[in-house]
Design a protein around this ligand. Structure first.
Ligand code: GLN
Length: 545
């Protein structure tokens, strides 16, 4: 057991450079050396958590097993490291302030004037060390959201400065910057990097390692220049070049010895470089799969933004690799889907995902897509709202309840097949009403879902307010839509499927959150396999025509 070491990952020049990927890669490399590692994200915004944020603002909201609505970077941490994160792995300025203000109201500060320094910074420092103290991690990596120079980042930078001072060799800072290429001059420019390091230095932090994100290879001269101007060892200046996949980044970092530089800096022995066997196998399999023609899977939803369905895209891509095919996810905007254009919109798609979501916008298009895939026997995976839409569409079209809907239970709207449960009605604030986090589910033997998981008891993560209305269960089952996954405590329906179709499954939970690189999710594996088989079948039929 070593003393806990703290690695801070900051970013400069621009946002979206991939701090989360660098933090995850560092974590992966240290984990491969046998260290117990965790990663946490501190976000400088004032929201208490990203739960109430529109996906257009901040991408997908990731959910941890303990029911925290978290920043999507926690998804990267879990996918790379295969660890489970919790509420303690994600903090925001809002939560820091709330905790300080709550303490102030309780009188904990004994009449002192509460200030950013030292009260807010002390609270940040306490939280940085929380996981390390509680679970005795060897390494705690803390990613600071935003870019240095932002007003909101200042209390975090001051906290890092103090921690580096207090912890000495047990803390270090990795600063990620961007090196633009000016095509007209044919040159890579390091000036923005120098400026952003200066910004960090003016906050009293000397970065120990600089990672430069670039679209072109950085030569020795550039590294030397940055080392000289930024007071960093030349070998601690590392490049992060655009990679074909983010999962390549740990390998690229290892090739430049990023992990051994870290070990040297914190005074740990540098033993043999780990081979990363399973990781490399995954990458090789992925490369081989990329060479074949891709399989097209439609993702029907309303958020036309890559990051809004991040975990679903990753889970599909991982399942593709393990099925030896590249999955091309084609976004289909449900707001634009009608009975007249659905055939064209879903043409050539081997399977369809009906995405999760909130609000009524885009829902009619989801019904259109589901009716089409159900009646044309196209593999379909409904996730959360997607599953609820599957149930409503079935009630309208098969059970004959044209008014089937999802509302609060009341007498005026008789056919609410998806309902808000009694206990959730009274709570009015947005974040607090939901069923969040991991819940148990018992699978019915013989079902496709059971076949995929290969076991009866599973646990999956939830983030929703509405539930399948059990009053209709018998009718559904008699008409062919089976409830094959049930929460044993509440009897709530977690999975529906139509066993007579090739693959038609809806899950009330979000399986995408628990799919990792080395442990792809069984439902996604089975779904992509069905997509491939469907494509083969389609081809055979076309060949015969
Ligand atoms: N809006 C739906 C509910 O709250 C579905 C949520 C989701 O898809 N995550 O139940």
């Amino acid at each position: 057991m070593v003393e806990t070491k703290y690695i801070f990952v900051t970013g400069g020049v621009a946002s979206s450079l991939g701090k989360g990927i660098i933090a995850s890669s560092i974590g992966k490399l240290l984990q491969a050396r046998g260290y117990n590692v965790t990663i946490q994200k501190f976000d400088p915004y004032i929201n208490i958590d990203p739960g109430t944020l529109n996906p257009y603002e901040h991408g997908e909201c990731y959910v941890t097993v303990d029911g925290h609505e978290a920043d999507l970077d926690l998804g990267h941490y879990e996918r790379f490291l295969g660890i489970e994160t919790t509420k303690a792995n994600n903090l925001t300025t809002g939560r820091i302030y709330k905790s300080v203000i709550d303490k102030e109201r309780r009188g904990d500060y004994l009449g002192k004037t509460i200030q950013v320094i030292p009260h807010i910074t002390d609270e940040i420092k306490r939280n940085v060390k929380l996981l390390g103290n509680k679970f005795k991690f060897d390494f705690v990596i803390t990613e600071i959201g935003g870019t240095v120079g932002d007003i909101e980042s200042l209390p975090y930078l001051e906290s890092i400065r103090q921690l580096k001072w207090e912890l000495g060799r047990n803390a270090l800072c990795v600063h990620l910057t961007y090196v633009p290429y000016l095509a007209a001059a044919g040159e890579l420019k390091t000036k923005p990097t120098q400026h952003s390091v200066k910004e960090l230095q003016s906050a009293g932090i000397q970065p120990d390692i600089i990672v430069m994100r670039a679209e072109h290879n950085l030569n020795e001269n550039i590294r030397r220049k940055v080392a000289q101007f930024c007071n960093v060892n030349e070998k601690a200046v590392v490049q992060s070049i655009d990679a074909e996949t983010i999962y390549e980044v740990p390998i690229l970092m290892q090739e430049q010895n990023l992990d051994s530089i870290i070990l040297e800096k914190v005074g740990l022995p540098v033993s043999d470089t780990p081979k990363l066997g399973p990781w490399r196998n995954f990458l090789e399999r992925r490369h081989a799969a990329q060479k074949k023609a891709p399989i097209h899977i439609a993702l029907v939803g309303k958020y036309d933004l890559q990051d809004a369905y991040k975990s679903i895209r990753e889970a599909l891509s991982q399942a593709g690799t393990y099925n030896d095919r590249k999955v091309e996810v084609d976004f289909v905007n449900s707001e634009k889907l009608t009975d007249d254009n659905v055939a064209e919109a879903l043409k050539g798609k081997a399977a369809v995902v009906i995405g999760p979501g909130f609000g009524e916008r885009g829902i009619p298009g989801k019904f259109v897509a589901i009716k089409y895939t159900r009646t044309h026997n196209i593999p379909t995976f409904g996730i959360c709202l997607g599953m609820q839409c599957m149930a409503i569409e079935f009630a309208r079209d098969v059970l004959g309840y044209a008014d089937a809907n999802s509302r609060e239970m009341d007498e005026k709207t008789p056919h609410n097949v998806i309902v808000i449960m009694e206990e959730q009605k009274s709570i009015t604030n947005m974040g607090g009403t939901m069923r969040l986090g991991a819940y148990e589910c018992v699978l019915q033997k013989g079902s496709k879902a059971y076949e995929a998981y290969g076991k009866e008891h599973i646990q999956e993560r939830h983030r929703h307010r509405y539930e399948f209305n059990n009053n209709y269960k018998k009718e559904y089952e008699a008409a062919g839509m089976k409830c094959v996954g049930i929460n044993p405590e509440s009897d709530l329906v977690e999975i529906v499927e139509i066993p007579t179709l090739k693959w038609f499954i809806g899950t009330q939970f979000h399986p995408e959150y628990s799919s990792t690189v080395l442990k792809p999710h069984p439902l996604f594996l089975s779904f992509v396999k069905a997509a491939i088989e469907n494509e083969k079948g389609e081809q055979a039929t076309t060949d015969k025509q």
